[in-house]
Design a binder for this molecule. Sequence first.
Ligand code: GLC
Ligand code: GLC
Length: 811
Amino acid sequence: MKFGYFDDQNKEYVITTPQTPLPWINYLGSEDFFSLVSNTAGGYSFYRDARMRRLTRYRYNSSPLDMDGHRIYIKDGETVWNPGWQPTKTPLDSYSCRHGLGYTILEGKKDGVTARQELFVPKGDACELDRVTVCNGSTVVKELDLFSYVEFCLWNAVDDSTNFQRNYSTGEVEVEGGAIYHKTEYRERRSHYAVFWANCPVDSFDTTRDAFCGVYGGPADPQAVRAGQCSGSIAHGWAPVGALHIHLTLAPGESHSILFGLGYIENPQQEKFIAPGVINKTRAHAMMERYATDAQVDAARAALRTHWEQLLSTYHLESGDEKLDRMVNIWHQYQCMVTFNMSRSASYYESGTGRGMGFRDSCQDLLGFVHIIPSRARERILDIAATQFADGSAYHQYQPLTKKGNRDIGTGFNDDPLWLIAGTAAYLRETGDWSILDEQVPFDNDASKAQSLMEHLRRSFNFTCTHLGPHGLPLIGRADWNDCLNLNCFSEHPGESFQITGPSEGPVAESVFIAGMFVKYGHEYAQLCDHLNLTEEAAAARKHIDAVEQATLTAGWDGAWFRRAYDAFGKPIGSKECTEGQIFIEPQGMCVMAGIGKESGQAAQALASVEERLDTKYGVVLLQPAYTSYQLNLGEISSYPPGYKENAGIFCHNNPWISCAEATLGHGDRAFAVYRKTCPAYIEDISEIHRTEPYVYSQMVAGKDAPTFGEAKNSWLTGTAAWTFFNISQYILGIQPTLDGLKVDPCIPHTLSGFTVTRRFRGAVYHITVDNAAGVQHGIKAVTVDGKAISGNVLPLAAAGTEVTVQVTMG
Ligand code: GLC
Ligand code: GLC
């Protein structure tokens, strides 16, 4: 069942009922100011850091669901309704929600009145704009009361939801004309405030939640709205809100637009106040002036549209399969941009208060993002590298605002360092900007310990070389990519962290997955050495890699697939010797992508085992058989009920690894089949089972052992976004940036007779047509560039500013 449809022309998903199986959200903003907005205008806003600079409150697991947001109420006689249905839930005569690139448009109609709420964050500014257009389509004059409402968060989202003994006394506001200034803590250690305004005079306002909603009321039925009038309340502590009321008289056929804004303003210390206790509003005034008229708002929307057109033009596919085209051209790349901005911090599942930015997550996000805005990728790489320790290990997470490593979780996730190589190598292949390797980058954010980025990569590589276990495989530490495989932790008490309790790092437990990574990214590191003429270092690196590869093919091999790990007692995990958890997805994907066992046939055998044992109709599950009880020597993975999350869920992130691995072996049919199974556009029809947004990936879909097989959770912020785009664009469609130029090497279903890709690469535009009249899955017979045959399939670098036409014939 569907709850909407794709509008590819406008690059939107159009939701046609507010009662979607779960709130379906969108992200506004891509620089400093962000808002999450659901299909009923629920959501929240923050500046840079969802924990430290939260502008509006959000209650995650509340019932009813999704009550907090940027609310527009319309009172028409005795009827009160919202254009997005929530929170009054007054039945609408019609409803739609268009989630587009960086904007959302809600439109509701009731008793002849149409109200359209258009939300976006303008480029280059720290505010959310909500333009509300009300149109009287009836035959009578309408007297309408319009209210716009937000509930402020007292900035630190954790403190805000826990420290009530203090917070009920700190809230402060100022009101000036149609603007409400939320200035809690500005009097002391903050130099920022929020402003909530309308671009026209208001008829009344409230700034306390008690006055607007009623002490025992709520946003579903605010007492001020029912009364048709706010009371001019001024918040002293408790819960400051912004509520603005405007009375409209609309003749039949008349319409009227009002702009509401929610902005973040920061003042220099010495310019904080204009009089004792009175905040300096100059910057806020300037912000309001930037969006005073409809024409200004239109121009800001147009600039946003151009920005996105430009971003998406780097990679454009025409394949004849509309689902594939819309995912590649719009939604995959859009989700990549969002995961790049958010890492795993703020969604409807990530509270924005916990994880900050993940080291491995952000490095992987680069793989899907680097072609879009390489300059921001460069900056991100340097930020991430600055949280690395001098021994090559890394903080597992860091806070976006301070860019400092998170000491609570610390280090010891032994895959982390290698992801830095993965992200940096992807950047170099995309840009050829070798200067990044010379950048001086601190260790542990200490500038006095700065070394070149190349030295950081060297230490990443060496970290694995110096942390090998009894079988010559990499030690796992607290965990590898699978945060829940905690082989050294032995957590026995509720509330303990699965990863960082006890003697978390052991000298015995090894990871075959990291071995695969080391071979794959180790080779990428060696290629950088080649390029820098570090011949001896490259040779030495390859010796290490060969040794780990050998260990993987022997100690890491179980007979028909790659083992997953060895536990702290040296017992294999992911082996036929185990009763549960006999085969895991991760090492099959990573080792085959690394080319391990390609010659010997072990790679093909491993993938055949995946198909036989892990495949389901909704995707490939993480392991089989699922763990049915908690195993102290395995940790969190066995804490989940069978079929959920890392315990045999369909963890979407590593499905593309299998697809990439199949492509590595030239299996185009199977690579595409795996891609399709989890791909949103192809499963839109089962939205009632899948439940999360049908335009983006979720982290997890319940596996076949789960009672809710096929149900997804944790949408938006997942490494699936990057890996899927990496997979479809580079492995399947085969347009691969390399250090020396763009390589074309498709591995597609034999039924796809051809496709074209327009790819901007290092300043030139390549129009690539692939002809597969031969109906093969892999292999190239001929390549011409501007009509001339070339040998091989790496396109000669075209000069920046030029366009070249490439014809590729498969066969
Ligand atoms: C989550 C984490 C990611 C981890 C994965 C598997 O998605 O963000 O870092 O690799 O789970 O545990
Ligand atoms: C939990 C989740 C895992 C995630 C981790 C992040 O362990 O199961 O998916 O990566 O938390 O800390």
